[in-house]
Design a binder for this molecule. Structure first.
Ligand code: SF4
Ligand code: NI
Ligand code: NI
Length: 722
């Protein structure tokens, strides 16, 4: 068989199975039975993107089959073979969708948070919220690429080496087939948070990663459903994915490969099939697979040499350390734990000086103890000609990430509520406190090379030092910074900043970052943007010299309009910074929260990405989020960061914070302090958060209204919102 015949045959096998499954489900469940994947607002996302049709029930699966068949033309033209790949993908999505008709969780363990120590293997469908979670790390190149591994490697060790290599480089790895068992055998740390994602055993489950790529195009790219060429262009140019096939292949794997190639994802095979330059590559040498794959997709990895006995990679950021695997603990309400970045004098500092003051985790006093528990104070002292005091907080916040990157370390919180855990495994591999210093040193020097010329790290573990320095040195610095931050308002500065980072996924999206309005991803504050401009002068954050406002209430500046028009390539000509209704700022897709109007309450609801249920406006986060995004202005909907709830500029044109009528409880508790303070200063109302409804009180419109009335919520008495 030649390559085309192989693809056609593979595609025919998917079609046959899909037809059988659809016939069965029609007979057994009836045509009206709903068909859906959990947690997505895009129906069957691949079929929706390819054809523009939302498949919502069993009867419509028959239409989907017909649409797939329209793609099939057995000729010897390459495009027809690739179309057959697309048809195969559509059939695979139909097959997977039927699985979800029969069972709520056809993939065992979908809801198990951490696969690390359980025997749960497969994840199947990935939700919209999870896709959105990948947004920021993808645009910042924190996730530099996406690997899809299919088949069975020669032996488990080889597979493990490759997966660990990808993980160590921060890539997102999806696995299909027996490679999953091999990874389990080798105790690879798996789970969506660890960037190694076992999809499923059957080849059809590969559609769930295709669905991730396609939804990136729908969500971040705002690519119209049905314009498959535009979706292909998007995935090819913006989703840096590739496929690795191990072991013997069959025709179905090759047909899936054709679908991948059609999306612009090259396939690298261990067993020879054929070679198509840049698209289908043969690499029999397992030790070269990673290099070949990265090269095929032009993925460049920045390496930082770090003296550390365990891996240090952004992939380990989401790793949890639980009690049963924990060796040592610092902070977490049991001991004191704080961290600080300060600026020193260049001439007085000794670069790469790492000092531990107090006992280390292998101290004799811990012999026989269940867990090593110590207080900790971390001082990172930096100096550089371009260093500014304002950057200290920016660098300090990175301590959280850098420490988390350590395989076997968990870091929660910041400042003097930091909490660190280390695993037994890391200890056994030789990890000691000085390695925390090494990691912080290396990352500060490499990530902030433009401003940090010298860096010293001191770690205190003596209770006395930690307490004394915490009081005398650290707290006064925190308060001084808080005061300075509090005084930083949109009026008090001359420059705002653009952020164009998300343009790699949402080409016309521009964030304008001001002191009182951080980027909608929550990750870029005005100070961050200012520091980034210093670190990377031609980079994504550029100053906008503010000038006179055209309209202060709505927040319109000539300067902002000009910059947005230019940087969105004319897609958006006018933005307001303080209105949700008139020319609101666009959203890309990676926002932490979405705000939408609840007309009957004369206010707005806010839903955060972590919240899975339906809000009082009848939509989930995902459904609300799907109303906006991709750099398009959608009046009435606004993506934003958590921290904006508490800013007096939060849709201030429409009355601001007192308009908030409903939030999930977790979000409300998180923002309550700042929110209460701001609303009090704006209106004199105390404990405003108590007037805001949440899901533990009510989620249906009528009951929410009753609650608001009983509390005398201020929104009810305000001017009509629309
Ligand atoms: Fe994306 Fe805006 Fe965050 Fe920049 S500030 S990373 S553009 S969401
Ligand atoms: Ni970690
Ligand atoms: Ni974004």
């Amino acid at each position: 068989m030649n390559l085309f015949d192989i693809i056609y045959d593979g595609q025919a096998q998917y079609l046959k199975r899909a037809e059988e499954m659809v016939a069965k489900v029609v007979a057994e469940k009836g045509k009206e039975t709903p068909v859906k994947f959990p947690g997505t607002a895009y129906a069957l996302p691949c079929i929706y993107a390819i054809t523009g049709k939302k498949i919502t029930n069993v009867g419509e699966l028959e239409d989907a089959l017909a649409l797939a068949k329209e793609k099939i033309h057995r000729t010897n033209y390459l495009q027809d073979a690739l179309d057959a790949g697309t048809a195969a993908a559509m059939c695979a999505e139909i097959i997977e969708a039927v699985k979800y008709v029969y069972e709520e969780l056809p993939y065992e363990g979908r809801h198990v948070e951490d696969l690390n120590t359980t025997d749960v293997r497969y994840l199947g469908h990935i939700t919209d919220a999870e896709v959105r979670n990948f947004g920021v790390p993808l645009v910042t190149d924190d996730i530099p690429g996406v690997a899809v591994i299919i088949g069975e490697a020669k032996d488990a060790e080889t597979l493990a080496a490759i997966v660990k290599d990808y993980q160590g480089k921060g890539l997102l790895t999806f696995m299909v087939g027996k490679v999953i068992d091999q990874a389990i055998e080798q105790k690879i740390k798996m789970g969506i948070d660890l960037r190694v994602i076992p999809l499923g055993y059957e080849i059809e489950s590969v559609i769930h990663v295709v669905s991730v790529a396609i939804r990136a195009s729908l969500i971040f790219g705002a690519t119209p459903p049905g314009d498959f060429l535009a979706h292909r262009t998007y995935t090819k140019n913006r989703v840096k994915a590739f496929v690795n096939v191990f072991g013997p292949w069959d025709n179905k794997i090759i047909a899936a490969g054709a679908a991948a190639i059609e999306l612009g994802f090259p396939a690298v095979t261990e067993t020879f099939i054929n070679e198509v330059p840049t698209l289908l590559l043969h690499q029999p040498d397992n030790s070269k697979v990673v290099a070949t794959s990265l090269e095929a997709r032009n993925i460049k990895i920045k390496v930082t040499e770090i003296d550390c006995p365990v891996a240090v990679s952004s992939a380990f950021e989401g790793e949890r350390v639980r009690k049963d695997t924990m060796f040592a603990e610092f902070g977490g309400n049991k001991t004191e734990c704080w961290e600080l970045v300060t600026t020193g004098e260049l001439a007085e500092m000794e670069d790469h000086k790492i000092t531990i003051v107090g006992p280390d985790i292998d101290d004799a006093m811990f012999a026989g103890k269940d867990v090593v528990r110590l207080p900790m104070g971390v001082v990172v002292k930096v100096a550089g000609k371009q260093m500014q005091k304002d950057f200290e907080t920016v660098l300090e916040r990175r301590i959280h990430y850098f420490t988390n990157y350590i395989e076997g370390a968990m870091h929660v919180g910041q400042r003097n509520i930091a909490w660190i855990r280390l695993t037994k495994e890391a200890f056994e591999k030789g990890f000691r406190l000085k390695h925390i210093g090494e990691v912080l040193y290396a990352k500060m020097r490499s990530d902030f090379d433009k401003v940090v010329d010298k860096c010293e790290v001191t770690i205190y573990t003596n209770a006395e030092d930690v307490k004394r320095l915490g009081e005398e040195m650290v707290k006064p610095i925190y308060s001084e910074r808080d005061e300075r931050m509090g005084a930083l308002t949109d009026e008090s500065v001359d420059e705002f900043y653009t952020c164009l980072l998300c343009q790699s996924f949402a080409p016309s999206h521009v964030c304008i970052v001001t002191p009182e309005r951080l980027g909608l991803c929550g990750a870029v504050s005005w100070l961050d943007a200012k520091a980034t401009k210093e670190l990377d002068p031609m980079g994504p954050n550029q100053p906008i010299v503010k000038g006179e406002a055209i309209d202060e209430r709505l927040g319109i500046w000539e300067s902002c309009n000009e910059v947005v028009a230019r940087d969105s390539q004319g897609a958006v000509e006018q933005v307001t910074l303080y209105s949700i209704l008139e020319d609101p700022m666009t959203s890309c897709g990676c926002f932490e929260c979405i705000c939408g109007i609840m007309p009957e309450a004369n206010g707005v609801v806010i839903v955060n990405r972590e919240f899975g249920d339906t809000s009082p406006v009848g939509m989930t986060f995902g459904e609300l989020a799907s109303m906006t995004g991709g750099g398009v202005q959608t009046p009435g909907f606004m993506g934003h960061g958590r921290f904006l709830i508490g800013s007096k500029k939060f849709m201030s044109a429409e009355g601001g914070l007192p308009r908030i009528v409903w939030m999930p409880k977790e979000l409300k508790d998180d923002v309550a302090e700042r929110l209460n303070k701001a609303v009090f200063e704006m209106t004199g109302i105390e404990n405003f958060a108590d007037m805001v409804c949440d899901e533990t009180i009510a989620s249906d419109s009528e009951a929410v209204l009753e609650f608001l009335e009983s509390k005398g919520h201020p929104a009810l008495a305000m001017d009509p919102i629309m």
